[in-house]
Design a protein around this ligand. Structure first.
Ligand SMILES: [Zn+2]
Length: 116
């Protein structure tokens, strides 16, 4: 009997106040109120993410993305954009082995492409 009682008294794991919902798949889940709350948060987050922050982030991303070394490979894009003079300890062999490491990112070849 006490078992049965326990089963019906599950509290929401989030607010610990309301009765938890029982999901046929997940078992005990948050109460309705908390579910609504978390949905709201989710929507807000998604919204922020897709609007303002991505635009801001992308700019920085593009500028800082061009790294001389990517996974141990010297970036040809970097060499084309900045030359090798800034690179310390880079060898001729490294330069020879340089690859277009950003070629999969369509934004990037444009950087080295800038007209002079
Ligand atoms: Zn709750």
């Amino acid at each position: 009997m006490s078992k049965n009682k326990n089963r019906q008294c599950h509290k929401c794991p989030n607010c610990n106040k309301n009765k938890a919902e029982i999901d046929p798949v997940f078992g005990i889940i948050l109460c309705k109120k908390c579910q609504d709350e978390s949905k709201k948060v989710e929507i807000n987050r998604t919204h922020e993410f897709t609007s303002s922050s991505i635009k801001g982030e992308r700019k920085e991303y593009a500028a800082s993305m061009l790294q001389p070394w990517v996974n141990g490979v010297l970036s040809k894009e970097y060499i084309e954009a900045y030359g090798t003079s800034k690179l310390e300890g880079v060898t001729k062999k490294d330069i020879k082995n340089a690859k277009y490491v950003y070629k999969d990112l369509p934004r990037h070849h444009k950087i080295g492409d800038s007209r002079k």
